[in-house]
Design a protein around this ligand. Structure first.
Ligand code: ZN
Ligand code: ZN
Length: 390
């Protein structure tokens, strides 16, 4: 965090404005003037031996170093707001019994007050990692999202782009996810003392850290909840995304669409979208793995004598089945490459099953022919086996 280099935790405890005798809203010109005046008046060269003035000179120089620099001043102001230095009640440093000492927290998190590493910015970001996510951007991958899409049988074969309206959890737009009433100030969670977690006994000698139930791990609490989200910090956002369902998708298949999930935080990558595809049925075709199934009505004579039977394919030109004479009812013919697309780019097969249709009404000539057929085949022991084995 090079931008925070030179930042010091103890600044939160110092009122640089008071040191310079200016208001918090003083312009940079006013600050500069106040500094010059005080620096002159307390300069060690003009006040030899006056240690009080030497100290004042140093303090004024430190104050001007911070609030005289617009960038540092902005960070300092921000830090003061959260440290309680700005004078709101209940702040970290706000005195009072059982009060919270920011410095304790900082020591704890930085591994010692004297450690030079990190700087306040890092600790600050850590401290507000939960509730003040917007304080220090930390790129985070968005959540994965699950949804379903119902597509037609034909679209499953051909592939299709579907519009999916996604509703996902996101930070409440009014409180920016803090859960606090906008405009009000947070204070450190009294239950976890700003840790964001509490130690819970898991039985025996074990103890585990649990997310603090009071602040939900945000480390800060507000006296008044955000009226929009009632303190949850969560909102919902809806968006419509275009999802490409690949050709050949099967009913119930779960498709991963990389980067189509919830948006990432602070420039992090989006999560993934998992679409469970439901495929509607087709009036003629059914599907088994990569093969398409079709029942083909045939007449008795077509199977007996053989026939060339034209059948439809899905999304392609019809094909002709060569049914040899003496084909049993229910036989399945395989038409290669006319099934569903496979992952490798090839296609499954069309499995056509012949099924004899018995005419309900026969015209006289046909009836006569069938009766002649019966006469010609009478006496063939078609069912004799049934009785032999019964
Ligand atoms: Zn808490
Ligand atoms: Zn809210």
């Amino acid at each position: 965090m090079s931008t925070n280099e030179g930042f010091r935790a103890d600044w939160a405890q110092k009122d640089f404005y008071a040191e310079l005798g200016v208001g918090k809203t003083a312009s940079s010109d006013e600050i500069k003037k106040a500094y010059r005046k005080l620096a002159r008046a307390n300069h060690p060269d003009s006040n030899p031996g006056d240690t009080a003035k030497h100290d004042k000179f140093k303090a004024v120089a430190e104050a001007y170093d911070v609030v005289g620099d617009p960038e540092k001043r902005a960070k300092y102001d921000e830090m003061r707001v959260y440290s309680g230095g700005a004078g709101y009640p209940g702040g970290f440093g706000g005195g009072g019994g059982g009060g919270f000492d920011l410095n304790d927290l900082l020591r704890e998190r930085s591994g010692g007050a004297g450690s030079a590493g990190g700087g306040f910015g890092d600790m600050f970001g850590d401290l507000f990692g939960g509730g003040g996510r917007n304080r220090r951007p930390r790129a985070q991958k968005g959540a994965d999202v699950d949804t379903t899409a119902t597509i037609s049988f034909t679209d499953a074969i051909d592939g299709v782009t579907v519009s999916l309206r996604m509703t996902s959890d996101s930070a409440c737009p009014d409180c920016k996810g803090t859960g606090g009433k906008p405009g009000t100030k947070p204070h450190v969670c009294p239950q976890c003392e700003g840790a964001g977690f509490v130690v819970a006994s898991a039985g025996g000698a074990f103890s585990i850290n649990e997310t603090c139930p009071m602040c939900s791990g945000r480390q800060l609490v507000y006296d008044e909840a955000c009226p929009t989200c009632h303190g949850s910090g969560r909102g919902t956002s809806a968006r419509t995304i275009q999802a490409r369902i690949p050709a050949g998708v099967k009913d119930g298949q779960r498709i991963r669409l990389r980067g189509k999930g919830a948006p990432g935080d602070n420039g992090g990558p989006a999560g993934d979208l998992y679409v469970t595809v439901k495929v509607s049925g087709h009036r003629l075709f059914a599907r088994k793995d990569d093969n398409l199934l079709l029942d083909v009505p045939v007449s008795f004579d077509e199977l007996v004598l053989g026939a060339e039977i034209k059948i439809p394919t899905l999304g392609g030109s019809p094909v002709t089945l060569k049914v040899p004479g003496g084909t049993p009812n229910g036989r399945t013919f395989r038409v290669r490459g006319r099934g569903a697309p496979k992952a490798d780019g090839s296609k499954g097969d069309l499995l056509a099953t012949v099924e004899v249709q018995v005419p309900v009404v026969l015209d006289p000539a046909a009836r006569e022919a069938v009766e002649a057929y019966r006469a010609a085949t009478a006496g063939k022991p078609l069912r004799s086996k049934l009785f032999e084995e019964a």
